[in-house]
Design a protein. Sequence first.
Length: 258
Amino acid sequence: MFSWLNKKDQEDLQDDFKLDPNNIPAHVAIIMDGNGRWAQRRHLPRVAGHKQGMDTVKIITQAASDLGIKVLTLYAFSTENWKRPADEVNYLMKLPVDFFDTFVPDLIKHNVRVNVMGYTDQLPAKTQKAVADAIEDTKDCDGMVLNFALNYGSRAEITTAVQEIAQAVKTGEMEPSEVTDETISQHLMTASLGQYRDPDVVIRTSGEERISNFLLWQIAYSEFVFMAPHWPDFTPGLLQQAIYEYQHRKRRFGGLSK
Ligand code: IPE
Ligand code: IPE
Ligand code: MG
């Protein structure tokens, strides 16, 4: 099963949490939280946590791909994170450049396609270029989709969708009564993920138990797993544990258990 993850990281996986290979969640979304606190605990500047967090992203990408996850969505920067000090924001904007510079060859080798959702036109030019290049360079990969939410906010996403749909009604392309769940899903930034557009499980690290404007529409029936470790301390074993937890939930979608 594990062909990409290196030996040392594989050792983190635990026999106690044996996964059912037939019930791996197709779409796993992670709110990667706690980088700042991780650094502060070590008396380091907050950005040291973001740097370490980037290494965690690489390891978790490998583990997710090896596990057979189809879409791994990672919340990297929210539309509200611009409120942070300029130095921190600038650092966060440079991270994708570093990340893709060093990691795209591995992604291609392991057939991972990069997707980015968010208001990327508001990002600095260098960040936009790094993102666009990574998408272009991996466009023919048909393994896991590594989907970054970058300058993403769910309320903004829904607002944009409503504007587009209202415009289509105004121009007579559709009637108000023709607007369905499906119409709305198709106007969201997850539309290109097709059958995998809604996460099966959402994981949040760092002990916070809130959504922070992430995929509000798409999580209608997602399972939630909140975990205490800060993102830089997240490991393949913890991902395995979260999926194990998911596999022991009963999803009913409003119906009755089988
Ligand atoms: C998550 O870590 C990364 C981003 C939001 C960019 P934080 O930076 O939010 O870390 P804490 O929550 O302050 O510890
Ligand atoms: C959510 O974390 C955004 C990301 C992980 C990118 P925040 O740290 O921004 O969320 P709040 O402010 O604690 O709700
Ligand atoms: Mg945070």
